[in-house]
Every structure is written in C-alpha cells, then in structure tokens.
Write a protein of this length. Structure first.
Lengths: 373, 950
C-alpha cells in the first residue's frame, strides 16, 4: 500500500474538432488510444460494458462518478477480452471491495492493454458530445504533443460506413450449451454477447455460433430450429454477407430473432435503411413502449445507428412493435409474413434491467409452434 | 390512458406535527402532491394540524383544514364537502396512513362514497403486519431473516430460546422503529420485549435473528396502473444493518453493488411491490446483502407510500417522486408523463447520476439529557443534511460541513479524538460522531481491517477515508507558498474546505481562498438533471465542485460551469440547514415565502440550503437552487459567481443569522435589518442600555466570563437565576439555578462545552406570566402581527409552551405596555422586517426577556391563525419595495388559536421529561377554539404547572 498521496500524471482527451479535455492517466500506463468517443450512462456493469463487442473501437466515457468500486469478476464478461478502445472517467477507483472479485479493474485493464484517463470533467465532455454529436477522438499521455496527435487523429476513419463485425466475430464456428437440449439455434455472430448465448441456452437451446461471413448452407448444416442474428459494432450497411445470409434465413421459414445490430440487419433485408444517430443510446435506463401490449420496459441499450422510422412505418411487410419513449426511434419490428422479429435494445441485459427477458420467451414460443410435437 | 374523469375533488391528509421519524419531508411531498393535482384542475382539500407547513398556506389548496388528525375531523370535512371523490393518504407518512386505515375500519370512506387512491388498504395491512408480510415473501420466494411473531411475553421468551442472541425485536405498526431494539444480552431481553409489546398498537412483536454487518440498501419505486414500475433511486447505507436507516449515513447511487447483484435486487423489488397489491404510486423497499462471496439478498421491509427516503431520493436524483406519484394516483401512466427536469424525455425511465450524494442525519442528543446516545434500530435523529459532490469524498465532506456542529469537515480542525481506547469505544458503540471518529482512527494509525472488523462498514468507504488522510498528510508537509497547484486542486475536488486546508498549512482561510483564486481553482456549478447530461435540462438545480480544464481549438482554457448568470437583479436567501430542536420547519416556511415575495418584487431568486427534506430545496421554489452547505466558503463563492443585490438572513433562523457578521465584513449587503442591529439585540449589555434609554423594564442581569464572576454576580442579582450562553437558539444550555452549587456546576459545564462564550445571568422572575409579540417594522412604522400568551408560567422555553393567540387573560394595561414596548424596541433597533420580542409579566409590569429582529418560530403560526401572509409582507418591506402603510391588514380569527408543542420523548425512554428553559419539543400543532370554556383549553390550563421543573 502506498502510504503517500500521489497525484497522477497528466493525460488528455483530444477530440476530432481540436477540443482538449484534461485529466490524469490511470495507473502508470503510457500511450495513445484512438476511437469514436461516446458515453454510457449506466451506474453499474462497467466490466460487462468494457467486454461487450458492440463497443469495439469506441472510447468510452462512463458518466457514473466512480468506476471500478467492486473490482472485476470472472463471470461478468460479455466476451473474452476488453473491446472498448479506451476508458474516460471521472474517478477511477484503485481500491475495490467485493469478496467474490478476482482483482481490480486496474489489473483487468492492464492485462488487456487498455489505456484509461480519469479526472476528466466527464459531464462537460458528455454535454459536448450531446451538443456536437459522437465524433472521433483520442486519449493520450503525450500531453505535450497535441499538434502531432491531431495529425494522427485525422487518419482514423469515421464510424459511418465502418464495417467492424469482422473484427469481433468468431473465426471458426463453435457450439454453446447442452448438446441434448430440445432445440437447436444457429446464431450469426457479428459481435455476440455471452449473455445472449446464456439466455438462449437456459431456455433449452443448443447453439452453434457462426462467423459473420458464414453462408446459409453452413448454418443449415446444423439443422437448426431457428436462427439468431446478434448484436455487434459499427455501421450495419457494409455488412453485405450478413444481410444476404439473414435474407436466406427468412426463406427457410424458421423463426428468426435479431438483437441490436441484428435488428438493423433484419430491417435492411426489408429495404429499410439505417442511419448514424447524433449521439446514440448507451445506458441501462432507456424507456421503451411495447406497442402491442401498451406496457413500458426499462432497457439496456448500446447503439449508434438506428433504422429509419418513416421507412419502417411505410413498409407493408413490417410492423413496428416497440418505440423508444425519449425520441420516438424504432426499437422493435416484426415481419408480417415471417416468424421474424427484432429489437434495437438488449433483452439479455448484462448489464441492465431484466424487463425485456420475455422476448426470449416469445422467441422460444415461436420455435415451439414451428417444431412439430 | 389519460387521467380518470371521475376524480374531481381529492382530500389529502398531512402528517401533523413534526416528530422524530416524521419530519418536514411530508410538507415537501404534500406540497408537491397538491401542486400536481391542481395542475390537472382537481379541487384539493387538505387536512393537517401543523401550522408551520407550507402545504397549509391558503395558496396551496382549495380548502385547508388546520384540524386535529382524527376521524372526527375527517367526518366534519366530508360532511361539508360532499363532492370529495377520493382520499390520497400516501403523502402524509405513517400518520396519514394510520388515520386512513382507522377511517376505513369505521366505514367512513364507504359511507361518504370516497375512494382511497395511491395505495390499497390491504397492501398497508400486509406490509405493516410483519407475520403476514413474512408469509407472503416466503410464498413468492423472497428471502427473509429467520423471524417469528410473538403476541405474548411467554411466546417471545420461547422464540428467543430457539434463535439465540443477538436478536432484533420490532413492534408491529409503529413509526420510526419505536420499540425496536437489538438485544445482545439475554438479561436485557425481558424489559425490551415488554416495552415493544406495549408500544405496538396490536401488541405484536417480531423477533428476528440479527443480520449484524449485512450491507443495507433501499430502492425507491414508482408504479402506474398499467403495472409499469421504475426504480427512481438506489440508496446504499454506509452504516450496515443494525442502525435504523433514518439514523444511517446513506449514499446514492449505490457504491459497492455489481450490476448482477443490483439487477437481482431490482427484480426482487418489482416482484415484492407487485405481490402486495395493485395500486399506482410510490413504494420503498429495503434489503440486506450478505457481505460475503454469496451476495445473498434478503428483504427487510416494504413501505407502500411516499417516505423520508423518497424525499431524499427526489433531491438526490431530481426526479420529483411525490409529484409524479400523485399523477399516477389519478390515472396517468408513466409513459404519458414527461420527465419534469428535461421536459422533453419520458417520465418512464430510471434516473442516472453523474455525482454522488451523501446524507448524514442530525442528532440533538444534547437536548435530551440522560438519553441513550447509541444508534440502533430506533430512529433518534431530528433532521438530516445532504451533500452533493462529484465524488463520494466531496459529497461526504460537504455533508459534514452542512451539519452546523462546529466542524469544518473530516479532520484538519484539531477537534478529532486522539485517544486509542476512546476511539475504539466510539467505533464500537455508534453515535452521532462516528462519521468523524472513523477519520480519527485512521489518523491514529488504526488499521482499516480493524476498523472494518468493528464497524462492518464496507472497505470501499474506509479506503475513501484513508485517501483523504493521505492527502491531508501530504498537504501538511507544505506551506501556503509551496503547495503545488495540483495538490490544492485535488484537495478541493475531494471536498476539503479552505479552512481545513488553512489548518493543514497553518495559514488563514482567506489566504487559501486567495491562493486558489490566483491559480484559477474556482468553484464551478453542475446541474442535477436525472440523466447525466444525456439530455439538455433547464431545471436550475445546482451543486458546486472543482474540475479539470478544457481547452478550445483557439487555445482558450476554461473550467466548465453549468450555471449561467443572468443580468437580472438577484436576491439570495440563506436557508436554515438541517432540522433540529429549536430550528425546524418554521424557518423553511419563512425562507420559501421570502423567495416567493422577492420573486413577486421582480427579483431573480437564489436559494442556498442543504436540507433534503424541505420545500425550499424543491427545484420549483426559487429561480435557482444551490444545494450547498450553508457554510461560509460555499456561500461566498456563490455570491462571487451570482453577484446578488443582497442576502436575506433574517428568515433562515440562527443558521443564516450567524453568517451576517461575515457577510457584513465582506461588504455584502444584508437585506432588511442591518448586521449592527442584529448584533445589538444579541449583545445583552448594549441591548439593556437601549432598554434603559427608552425606560423599558428588564430583569436584573449580568454578564460573566468565569465561574468566579458568575458567583459574584449571583449575590447582586439574587436567586433564582436564569443562566445561558449568548448567541444560542432554542435555549441551548439555558438553565434556572436556585443556589450557588447549582450555579457553579452549570457555569463550569457551559464554559467547557462552549468555550470563549459570554454567559448571561438574569434574575428569574418566579411565577411570572410569559408572552411574546411578533411585529413587522419598516423603519418608520411598526405593525404588531400577533401577541401570544403562554399558558405555562415563565421558565418553560417559549417553543415548549402552550400558547394562545390572542392572549387569554392579559388586561388592557398589560397589553398596552406590550404594544408600546414592541414599537419602541422595533424602532430603536432600526428593524426593517420582522422582530420577535419575549416578555415576562409580573405584578402588572411587563419586562423584556429578549428581542430578536428576525423571523421567529411563531410567525408561521400567527400567519395561519389570522390567514395573513406576514412573511410575504415583511420580505417586501425588507426589499424596500413596500412600506407598512401599503398593506391592508385584515387578520381574521374567531375565538382563539392554541399552539401546542409536540414532543418525541417516546424515542428516549430514560430521559427526564421535565420542561425548562431549554427547548425539547420537535413540533407543534394548532388548535382553534371558540371560547375559553373549551375542554381542551381547560385541560391545558389545569395541567400547566405539571411539567415545570423547579
């Protein structure tokens, strides 16, 4: 234990437009990390967020005042590594307290080589993103080389049009769950979270997970009862293979369920376009109205793109089933002529509330209906 | 679905007088509810016997009944208003719920066709009946501590034998944990069991196996009629299980909960709320979490109503729970309502915080001599403060700075304990000062593991303390000249006050302030907005902090500040801080009216206060709310930022008043009566000279600074003597002594407790009658708003006396003296605004006891009794906007209004209940009587000498 109070080395957050937010580096790391800067308003679940593949390539501003308080836990990960490009926070908690923790967040980030900056006026940064939109940025300990860093930042591609699914997808197909489970589901991994697999498995599914560019034939070979299209990072439009495979899934007549990026892919198969949102939705307090039941749900969300509300409303083959109550964006759709539906948010939660778990149940009801007894 | 069309007139039940466990948070919730219902065009009718509340103001409801909270009053109201469709009983605490249940059992609601909204009676019955609640929880699979119910002494003994010690016993259907106790020692069990059986109205006691050391959490829920449920706030108790949540230091958001455990808890809370009934409204659920790898969660209790914690949660998040709960009760659903802060997003959401709040209770053990000061299952605090900061440390510091117990925060004031045994003892037996003792323990080098072992406080919190200690050590190695900027910024970000830093550096506070001004370490203000800045919010609810810099593309450096200053003329009103005995809701009433009146005069109004229970800290009250300690440094920085025309100090009780001297010294304008006049009235010597000049009698007195001087004075003045320190409120340390031994003992005691204070010795006018007058003075004219006569003889603190308005047996000759003296004194003191003068009357001569040129405890009472907005008038006069002659005074009162003090002695069973010059009551009620033949008056009059000590 250090018996002396140490003030830490300076670090910066440099935005694409040249604005600099000063802070301090977490631990004794040095270097620079690039990405799209966006913020998450969740007050719990930092480890799940950092390992969620949907956040690939993003510099994550955590709005909660303290990060790291309860350390890290071996089971609270959504993929095998940290996926965010870097962390920006107000107070980084070096000490942690939780009997079941495996270690500190500092060690966890260190093992994954992730740069983190603390003591930033995150509230001002979030307000800035809110007013100016999500943009590229970097975090760095090279506080005296701002001009040089600006040049380096210019080389970072925009998130718009960026295909990232291939970076986080599995290279090889793999299985998840109990091979003797009653149902088989073929999942297209364009950045899948572990808790989706857990949620499917615990309802009686044996799952084969396929890479982002898998063909329908490969997936059919598993003889699935249903298909699943996962969440993931980046812009959905460049995902030509996933869109084609999903179109083919629909043709099989089997139930199809999509989450987040998977939802956007399903919309794209119906000719509904997607767009990059101003700042996106990232947090675990997002209000959704289920238009079929009239009931509300508090949901976990993480997306920077959305599907066109006008086109969804005008599309005769599609029914909008869920709406975001804050900005009226489309949060869920159902295809009228297929047993296919999708949501923009995360019913698997992790982190976040469990209000939307029923969607998995509905998926399984559809599977049960389709499977002859 | 929009609101119900069949609800046009609604009755709201208030919570009555302030008692421990039920304070002004229900004035806040009731006021919000009334406002919320009226927004929807609903006719509102209110019953509350507490005259010091904002909610009982004529402007708050369509019909207000300042009547005793009894079913008799309810029937009277229902007869008079046959159009009442529903009753909303969830805004007035346990008192309102109990009255609602009683009326329900008597069939009153049914007789008058009144529907109960916002809760259902079955839900209350289940949650209050611990055995039924337990059965239900086990049925729905929610864990409960091992527990059993006893309805007899014998049964209780059997349970104890089965469970073993330590045990927790709780009386069913009681408030604020009355009758609850942790029993470590089997020898104490019998007495505590009988006591609990006795206080429970149904003579039922629940006995639990004690979950000592488990972590404690509270969730605040809202549900609409479509069964949408949202969690508004999660509060973590820093003090683990074993200390009543009202007496615990609490923190929001939860600091040490993982998402997985939190979501399990959230699921349980939703499940529990849905299981107890099908109602639309607010609900509070308490849980315990095992402090081990299992993270087991157990339900402690559920309260299907707005509570003290929901007031705290509203202030902590910005989400106005009572306001929304009222809308839900009349049929709205959450998805139809807007987030009141952003006005653009949905009310169906869960607030997220980018700051931390810490609540610390305020105790008043000094008022209850002989009381057991140990904190436990029974709530003992009389008020609370909340600190908001960008870190736990900053929030903790701000909360400790808000307490007004002469501490500047944690450590760095030379007041900490340094004795090992004493510290260990104070850690082991928690009391009001444990929050400070933890810091002392670390300073002394007691290992954190040991502190944790004793207190069971989560290590995360202790590590935060430790970091503060390291920082203090580091800074202490410097001088003001050598202190690096980075370190000073760190200290400010962690909430250390300039005074504390000055103590560490051995320099003046003003030097630290200057240093940080020079270095650009400026306090900035951030918004409480429910959404961590995700959406734009206009609601002007701010707290201060210190932040790192931002550099724009053109090289300009700045620190981001959410609080933009307008070019309007501004008035700053200083609030009254935490509730305590002698300074409670009355002063919040005055502050709120000061704000509203200033606003009517065209000023932008700014409120500074740190009490989360109040209406003054509702973001709807002032144009700008700074939720900050009423502590010099914070106030001064706000003044530097806002540059108000002046500061109103005479409405916020002693808290605000004692800052007058410093404001004056810094050249900041005090609105109304000047500092010099305030000081003159406090300085007994000068004040007596003033009385002498005007030929006004006063009891013989003297000033002493040592025991020797006091004994010498006693010979001159003759016993009995009234002894008190100067500059105190609520009669703190005031005592009547009859001989030299008593005098010596008391003087020695006072000089030890309040060093460097002058002591006042008055000849005590034995057997005199006491009266007081409140007046408004504009510097030229004086208008007496009311004269009250105490029913008890002189010697009982005015706050503890029953008193009548107008006087019941003072002759014309005496009344004329009171009026003349009041006028003369008000003018002589150059009063601009309110003044309160206390009199003792003996042998037809009126003596002056004291004069206070400020709002008094009785002003709200007189305003209510006469139906006149006196604080509003007084504020307009202070501002120079109006003169007395501009008002058309029309007081109206048939018969008499009696002010009745209410005590909370049941929380302190071993305390001496005798009344004397030191105030002990926690609240008051108003009773209107037509004539002096009224039974109630006769009762009071005949008992008047019973409590008088000596």
């Amino acid at each position: 234990m250090n018996m002396k109070y140490t003030t830490r080395k300076k670090a910066i957050v440099l935005l694409e437009d040249g604005t600099v937010f000063y802070g301090k580096v977490v631990g004794d790391m040095e270097g620079t990390a690039f990405g799209e800067v966006c913020f998450n308003t969740g007050m719990t679940g930092y480890q799940e967020i950092f390992t969620d593949p949907s956040y690939y390539g993003q510099l994550m501003v955590m709005t909660n005042a303290h990060i790291g308080n309860y350390g890290t836990h071996v089971e609270e990960i959504e993929s095998d590594s940290v996926k965010i490009a870097g962390l920006i926070c107000k107070n980084f908690s070096y000490p942690y307290s939780r009997p079941s923790a495996e270690g500190s967040l500092l060690e966890f980030l260190g093992r994954n080589n992730i740069l983190a900056v603390s003591d930033v006026d995150t509230r001002a940064l979030v307000s800035y993103i809110r007013d100016n939109g999500a943009m590229n940025a970097l975090i760095s300990t090279r506080v005296d080389e701002i001009d040089q860093l600006k040049e380096e930042l210019k080389a970072v591609p925009s998130m718009q049009g960026l295909e990232l699914a291939s970076k986080v997808s599995t290279k090889e197909p793999y299985f998840f769950g109990d091979a003797n489970a009653p149902y088989r589901i073929a999942a297209l991994d364009i950045g899948i979270k572990k808790n989706i697999l857990r949620s499917l498995a615990e309802r009686g599914a044996y799952i084969q997970v396929f890479p982002y560019n898998a063909s329908i034939e490969e997936m059919k070979a598993f003889d699935p009862h249903a298909y699943f299209v996962s969440n993931g990072p980046g812009d959905p439009e460049p995902l030509k293979e996933a869109i084609a495979t999903t179109t083919a899934m629909l043709k099989t007549g089997k139930p199809v369920f999509g989450i987040c990026l998977g939802h956007q892919v399903l919309a794209l198969t119906q000719g509904i376009s997607t767009y990059k949102m101003h700042q996106g939705h990232r947090g675990i307090n997002h209000p959704i109205l289920n238009l079929l039941t009239g009931k509300g749900e508090i949901t976990s969300q993480n997306h920077g793109f959305a599907i066109s509300a006008e086109q969804a409303a005008a599309n005769e083959g599609v029914e909008v089933t869920h709406r975001h109550l804050n900005d009226d964006t489309v949060a869920g759709i159902r295809l009228k002529n297929h047993k296919a539906f999708s949501v923009q948010y995360h019913p698997e939660a992790s982190p976040g509330p469990h209000d939307s778990k029923y969607l998995f149940d509905e998926f399984f009801e559809a599977i049960k209906e389709a499977v002859p007894a | 679905m929009p609101k119900r069309k069949d609800l046009n007139c609604i009755l709201i039940i208030g919570s009555g007088p302030i008692i421990i466990g039920q304070a002004c948070e229900f004035d806040y919730s009731g006021s919000q509810a009334l406002r919320s219902l009226r927004e929807d065009g609903i006719e509102t009718i209110l019953i509350n016997s507490n005259p010091a509340t904002i909610m009982t103001d004529p402007s708050m409801a369509d019909h207000i009944y300042l009547k005793p909270l009894t079913t008799k009053s309810i029937i009277e109201i229902l007869k008079k208003h046959d159009n009442i469709d529903a009753v909303l009983p969830t805004m007035g605490g346990q008192t309102a719920l109990n009255l609602c249940i009683e009326a329900d059992e008597k069939g009153i609601w049914e007789d008058f066709g009144v529907e109960i909204i916002g809760v259902d009676i079955d839900a209350i019955n289940i949650t209050e009946d611990r055995e039924k609640f337990r059965e239900l929880m086990l049925k729905i699979g929610i864990g409960m501590p091992p527990q059993a119910a006893a309805t007899s002494f014998l049964k209780g003994k059997e349970i104890a034998q089965e469970f073993g010690f330590p045990l927790v016993i709780r009386a069913s259907f009681t408030l604020g944990g009355a009758g609850a106790a942790i029993v470590h020692d089997p020898d104490d069990f019998d007495d505590l069991l009988s006591n609990a059986l006795e206080v429970s109205p149904i003579h039922e006691v629940m006995i639990d196996k004690a979950l000592m050391g488990w972590k404690e959490y509270e969730l605040e829920l809202l549900r609409d009629k479509n069964d949408n449920v949202v969690i508004i706030c999660t509060i973590e108790n820093m003090d683990p299980m074993g200390i009543h949540t009202g007496d615990s230091i609490t923190v929001a958001p939860a600091m040490t909960l993982s998402d997985r455990t939190f979501q399990r808890m959230r699921d349980m809370a939703l499940h529990m709320m849905r299981s107890i009934g099908d109602f639309a409204g607010g609900c509070n659920v308490q849980f315990a979490v095992s402090p081990d790898e299992e993270e087991d969660i157990i339900a402690i209790e559920i309260n299907p109503r707005v509570s003290r914690s929901s007031a705290l949660a509203s202030k902590a998040t910005g989400y106005p729970i009572a306001k929304i709960a009222s809308k839900l009760a009349i049929g709205y659903t959450l998805d139809e309502l807007k987030n009141q802060i952003t006005q653009s997003t949905s009310a169906l959401f869960e607030p997220t915080l980018d700051y931390v709040i810490v609540k610390i209770p305020r105790w008043n053990f000094d008022k209850f001599e002989g009381s057991d000061r140990t904190l436990g299952l029974q709530m003992k605090s009389v008020g609370e403060v909340m600190g908001i900061g960008r870190s736990f440390q900053e929030a903790l510091h701000k909360a400790t700075q808000s307490l007004e117990i002469k501490r500047n925060g944690l450590g760095a004031d030379g007041k900490g304990y340094t004795d090992y045994e004493q510290i260990i003892q104070k850690l082991t037996v928690p009391s009001w000062d444990r929050v400070f003792v933890i810091y002392d323990a670390i300073q002394l080098g007691i290992p954190l593991t040991r502190i944790h072992e004793i207190t069971k406080i989560d290590m995360w919190f202790l590590k935060q303390y430790e970091e503060l200690h390291f920082l203090e050590q580091e800074i202490s190695q410097h001088s003001i000249e050598t202190l690096p900027k980075a370190l000073l910024l760190e200290a400010k970000q962690k909430g250390f006050a300039d005074r504390q830093i000055a103590h560490m550096l051995e320099c003046y506070e003003s030097e630290v302030h200057k240093r940080r001004m020079d270095q650009g370490i400026n306090r900035v203000f951030k918004l409480v907005d429910t959404c961590a800045a995700e959406f734009q919010a206009m609601t002007p609810y701010y707290y201060s902090t210190f932040e790192e810099e931002i550099e724009t593309t053109d090289g300009k450096r700045f620190v981001a500040n959410d609080s933009a200053v307008t070019d309007r003329k501004k008035i700053l009103v200083l609030g009254s801080g935490p509730n305590r005995i002698g300074q409670g809701i009355e002063f919040d009433y005055c502050c709120v009216h000061g704000v509203l009146a200033s606003s009517e005069c065209g000023y932008e109004t700014i409120m500074i206060n740190c009490n989360p229970e109040t209406v003054s800290t509702d973001f709807d009250t002032a144009d700008k709310l700074y939720f900050e300690p009423v502590f010099w440094e914070h106030i001064y920085d706000i003044i530097l930022h806002e540059k108000p025309e002046g500061v109103i100090v005479q409405l916020g009780g002693q808290t605000a008043l004692k800052l007058a001297e410093k404001l004056d010294r810094y050249g900041i304008k005090i609105i109304g009566t000047s500092y010099q006049s305030l000081d003159l009235a406090e300085d007994r010597g000068s004040f007596s000279n003033l009385l002498k000049e005007h030929n006004i009698p006063y009891p013989k007195f003297g000033v002493a600074e040592t025991a020797d001087q006091a004994l010498a004075l006693a010979d001159e003045l003759n016993f009995p003597l009234l002894v008190r320190p100067s500059y105190v409120l609520g009669g703190q340390g005031m005592k009547i002594v009859i001989n030299k031994e008593d005098l010596e003992a008391h003087v020695v005691d006072l000089l030890r407790k309040i060093p460097n204070n002058k002591l006042l010795l008055d000849h005590y006018l034995d057997g005199a009658i006491e009266a007081e007058a409140d007046a408004i003075c504009d510097g030229e004219d004086v208008y007496i708003i009311g004269i009250m006569e105490h029913i008890e003889p002189c010697g009982i603190h005015s706050g503890d006396s029953n008193a009548t308005l107008p006087p019941f047996n003072l002759g014309e000759f005496v009344l004329q003296q009171i009026k003349d003296h009041t006028r003369k004194i008000a003018l002589a003191l150059n009063t601009v605004g309110l003044i309160n003068i206390q009199f003792a009357i003996k042998d037809d001569t009126v003596y002056i006891i004291e004069a206070n040129p400020r709002a008094s405890r009785t002003v709200p009472f007189i305003s209510k009794a006469y139906g006149e907005p006196y604080v509003n008038y007084a504020t307009k006069i202070m501002l120079g906007d109006k003169k007395l002659k501009d008002f058309n005074f029309k007081p109206h009162l048939d018969g008499y209004a009696i002010k009745q003090p209410v005590f909370s002695f049941n929380k302190f069973p071993n305390v001496n209940k005798n009344l004397g010059p030191e105030m002990k009551s926690t609240g008051e009620s108003i009773l209107f009587i037509d004539t002096l033949k009224d039974d109630e008056f006769y009762n009071l009059y005949s008992r008047r000498k019973m409590y008088l000590s000596k």
